[in-house]
Design a protein around this ligand. Structure first.
Ligand code: F3S
Length: 666
C-alpha cells in the first residue's frame, strides 16, 4: 500500500509560533488565557489546556496576561483588553497583521473594502475592525455577483482562502467595481498546502485529510481534495479511519493536513494505515514483528515529513519574504516551521517593506523566543570581504577614503572595511605630513589580507608605480626614431640637457644642441623651456633616448650657395684668428675664412692688426665650395667698396647744391 504524504502538510509557521509561545508563557506565568481557541484542533487544544493554556472570551478572562491568537483581533478588542489592564501577548500571525495593515491603510480616507472570506471566521471578524470605511464580505462567487455596483474598492482575501476560488471571485468583482484594487493576501503556507494537496489528490486513489473539522483551512483542503478524488475523508483522529475505507493492498493513499494539525496527529494516521495493512496480512503469531514494522513505518514517515521541511543551520544563507516589521526587528517567512527574525542592527536595508524578498544568514536556528535568528549584515559583510579577497588575488585597484592618521601610517575604509596604509606605501617618495591625505579618496592595492583576523594592509605607492609604468609604456609606444616631438627641459648638465617627453627623460647632448659651438647647454636652452626635439635613437631596454635640437633646423651648409651667393655682403663675427687669416661666423656652425691679405685695405703684418676676436664685421663672399665646406670672405673688398661709395658721394654733392641754387634763382 503506497502512502504518500503531501509535500506541505501540518502546522504552518504562524500556528507553530503561537503554540510554542503560548506553552512558554503558560510556564512562565503558571497558566495563561487565550482570547478564543489558539488553533482549530481539539487534540492541540487539549494538550495546551494540560499545559495551562486555556481559551476564554473577552468577558471572562481570568489571567492577568492574555494571548491574542494567530487569527488576530480588531483594534477595538485590544482597547477593551487594555481597559481591563491586561498584559497582552500578541501572537497574531504576521500574514494576518499584514492584512490588517493593508485594509487600514487603504480605508484611511473611508474607501470601502471587500473582504473575501468566511464572515464567521475570527480572522474576518477581527479584520472588519481594521477597516475604516464600508466593508463588504463575500465568501462565494454568487455572493460576489450579488454585490451592488461600487465605484472604488479594495479586495483582499482571508489568508487561508482557496486560491482558485479567490481568482474566480476577483473576476466577478472586476465587473462590479469600476476602480478595483486587488491585493492577494492569501498566505504562502496556505498556497503551498493547497497546491501540494491538489497535486497529491490527482494521483491518489483515496485521500485522508487530517485536521479539526471546525478549521477553515482544513475544510477547504478537504473540499479541494474531494473535487479531485471522490474517496476523500476528513478525520480528526486516526481511529476515525475505517479498515474498509480503501483497498489497502493496491490503492495509492494520499495524506494531507491543515495548518492547525499537529505532527502527532499525522503520525497517528500513518500508523493506523500501516496497522490496518499489516493486520490484514499477518497471523496473530506475527503481531510482534508487525509492531516492529509499524515502528519502522513511523520512522519512514518521520523521514518523509522531515524531507519536506526546509533545513537550516547557522551560517546558511536563505531567502524569505518579509511578513512583519516592528521598530525592533523584521520577521521573515523562510518556509520553515518557525519564522526568521532579523534584529534592526542586523538589517542592512532599513527601508525594507512587507512582501519584500530578502536574503539573510542564519545565526541561530532558534532564538530565545523560538524564532530563527537571522542577519542581513553578515551577508553584506561577507560579500564585501569576498569582493576584497577577489580584488586582492587579482591585484585589482580598490578605492578607499583616508579616515585617520595613526603612528606609522594612515587608516582608510574600503567599502566600510578598515585598512592600514604604512607611511612608506602612501606615495612614491617619503612624505612627512600624512594629514594631507585625510578625507581623500585613494586608489590602493591590497598588499596583505587576513580574512580571519579581518586585517588589510594596502599600498598607494604600488598603484602609483604601476600607473607611472604604464604611462611610460604609453609614452614609449608613441616614440619613433626620426620623429620630432615636444618636450620640456628639466635639467642641465655640462654634457647636455635632459628633456621630459610625457614622463620619460631624453638627453640632448651638448653637441646636438646647436650646429655651432656650445660652451655650456645653458647658452642654448633653459630649464622648463618647451622645445621641439628630434629623436635620434631609442634604447627601451636601458631606458635611453638620444635627442637632437639642432637637427630640427636646416644644416648650415644646406643650400649654402643660395644663402650666401658670391659677391654678396653679409655680417659676421670674428670667432678665431690664425696666422693666415680670421675665421668669421656667418651663422650657427658656418664659418668662413678672411685671408690675411683680405683683412684690410693696406698690407698688414699680422691679422690682429686689422681685427680681433668677437668683432662684428661686414664681409664680401668671394667664393663658396660646398664639397670642401669652404667659404672665402673679404673685409678688404667691403672697405674698398665703401671707400669708393664715399668718393662718389663726395663728387655728387656739389651738383646737388647747384640744382638747389638753380631752383632758388627761379
Ligand atoms: Fe498564518 Fe497562514 Fe498559518 S495566515 S497562521 S501562516 S495558515
Amino acid at each position: 500500500m503506497p502512502i504518500i504524504m503531501a509535500k506541505h502538510a501540518g502546522f504552518c509557521s504562524g500556528v507553530s509560533r503561537a503554540v510554542n509561545q503560548a506553552l512558554k508563557l503558560a510556564e512562565k506565568h503558571k497558566g495563561i488565557n487565550t482570547l478564543g481557541e489558539l488553533v482549530h484542533n481539539q487534540s492541540v487544544i487539549d494538550a495546551l489546556a494540560q499545559a495551562g493554556v486555556v481559551a476564554n472570551n473577552l468577558s471572562n478572562i481570568v489571567s492577568k496576561e492574555v494571548i491574542i491568537r494567530s487569527h488576530g483581533v480588531s483594534p477595538q478588542v485590544i482597547d477593551e483588553l487594555k481597559s481591563q489592564n491586561k498584559v497582552i501577548y500578541d501572537l497574531t500571525c504576521p500574514f494576518v497583521s499584514r492584512l490588517h495593515q493593508k485594509v487600514a491603510d487603504y480605508s484611511e480616507n473611508g474607501l470601502p473594502v471587500i473582504l473575501v472570506g468566511d464572515p464567521a471566521h475570527p480572522e474576518i471578524i477581527g479584520t472588519i475592525g481594521w477597516c475604516k470605511g464600508q466593508t463588504y464580505i463575500v465568501n462565494t462567487i454568487e455572493e460576489a455577483s450579488a454585490l451592488p455596483h461600487i465605484d472604488t474598492a479594495l479586495a483582499v482575501a482571508q489568508t487561508t482562502f482557496r486560491k482558485d476560488l479567490w481568482q474566480s471571485v476577483c473576476e466577478v468583482l472586476k465587473q462590479k467595481v469600476s476602480n478595483l484594487s486587488i491585493m492577494d493576501t492569501i498566505c504562502t503556507a496556505t498556497i503551498q498546502r493547497q497546491s501540494a494537496a491538489v497535486e497529491l489528490a490527482k494521483q491518489a486513489d483515496a485521500m485522508i485529510v487530517v485536521g479539526g473539522k471546525n478549521s477553515a483551512n482544513t475544510q477547504k483542503l478537504y473540499r479541494t481534495c474531494k473535487e479531485l478524488c471522490s474517496r476523500t475523508i476528513l478525520v480528526e483522529r486516526a481511529e476515525e479511519i475505517s479498515s474498509g475505507f480503501a483497498d489497502i493492498k493496491s490503492d495509492i493513499i494520499g495524506i494531507t493536513a491543515g495548518a492547525s494539525t499537529p505532527e502527532w496527529s499525522l503520525k497517528e494516521v500513518v500508523t493506523r494505515m500501516t496497522d490496518i495493512e499489516k493486520m490484514e496480512q499477518v497471523t496473530p503469531e506475527e503481531v510482534t514483528s508487525v509492531e516492529n514494522a509499524v515502528e519502522n513505518a513511523n520512522a519512514d514517515f518521520m523521514a518523509q515529513v522531515e524531507a519536506t521541511m526546509v533545513r537550516i543551520h547557522p551560517g546558511q544563507v536563505i531567502k524569505g519574504t518579509v511578513v512583519q516589521i516592528t521598530e525592533a526587528d523584521v520577521c521573515v517567512d523562510i518556509g520553515y516551521k518557525t519564522e526568521g527574525r532579523i534584529a534592526r542592527e542586523d538589517l542592512a536595508d532599513q527601508d525594507v517593506k512587507l512582501g519584500d524578498e530578502i536574503e539573510a544568514e542564519v545565526l541561530k536556528s532558534k532564538d530565545s523566543d523560538g524564532y530563527v535568528s537571522l542577519s542581513q549584515r553578515n551577508i553584506i559583510n561577507r560579500k564585501v570581504w569576498d569582493e576584497l579577497v577577489a580584488k586582492y588575488e587579482n591585484h585589482e585597484v580598490v578605492e578607499a577614503v583616508a579616515k585617520d592618521v595613526v603612528k606609522g601610517g594612515v587608516i582608510a575604509r574600503i567599502n566600510g572595511v578598515r585598512a592600514f596604509i604604512p607611511a612608506s606605501q602612501i606615495a612614491l617618495r617619503f612624505i612627512d605630513n600624512l594629514e594631507q591625505f585625510k578625507g581623500q579618496t585613494l586608489r590602493l592595492h591590497i598588499i596583505e589580507l587576513d580574512q580571519q583576523k579581518k586585517r588589510i594592509v594596502a599600498s598607494r605607492k604600488s598603484v602609483l608605480l604601476e600607473e607611472e609604468k604604464s604611462k611610460k609604456e604609453e609614452a614609449w609606444n608613441k616614440l619613433e626614431v626620426g620623429k620630432v616631438v615636444e618636450g620640456v627641459v628639466r635639467r642641465l648638465t655640462n654634457f647636455g640637457a635632459f628633456v621630459d617627453l610625457d614622463g620619460i627623460d631624453g638627453l640632448i647632448h651638448v653637441t646636438d644642441l646647436s650646429w655651432g659651438r656650445v660652451k655650456h647647454p645653458g647658452d642654448v636652452v633653459k630649464p622648463d623651456q618647451k622645445v621641439l626635439v628630434k629623436i635620434l635613437s631609442l634604447d627601451e631596454e636601458n631606458q635611453r633616448i638620444q635627442l637632437g635640437l639642432k637637427q630640427t633646423s636646416e644644416h648650415p651648409w644646406e643650400n649654402i650657395e643660395e644663402k650666401f651667393p658670391v659677391g654678396s655682403v653679409v655680417e659676421g663675427k670674428v670667432v678665431r684668428i690664425t696666422a693666415f687669416g680670421a675665421f668669421v661666423e656667418l651663422a650657427d656652425g658656418l664659418d668662413g675664412l678672411v685671408h690675411i691679405s683680405q683683412c684690410a685695405l693696406n698690407r698688414i703684418n699680422k691679422v690682429e692688426d686689422a681685427v680681433h676676436v668677437g668683432q662684428d664685421v661686414r664681409v664680401k663672399v668671394l667664393s663658396v665650395n660646398p664639397e670642401d665646406r669652404r667659404i672665402s670672405l673679404s673685409i678688404r673688398e667691403v672697405l674698398a667698396d665703401e671707400a669708393l661709395d664715399t668718393d662718389l658721394d663726395d663728387l655728387a654733392m656739389p651738383s646737388a647744391e647747384v640744382e638747389v641754387s638753380e631752383v632758388e634763382e627761379e
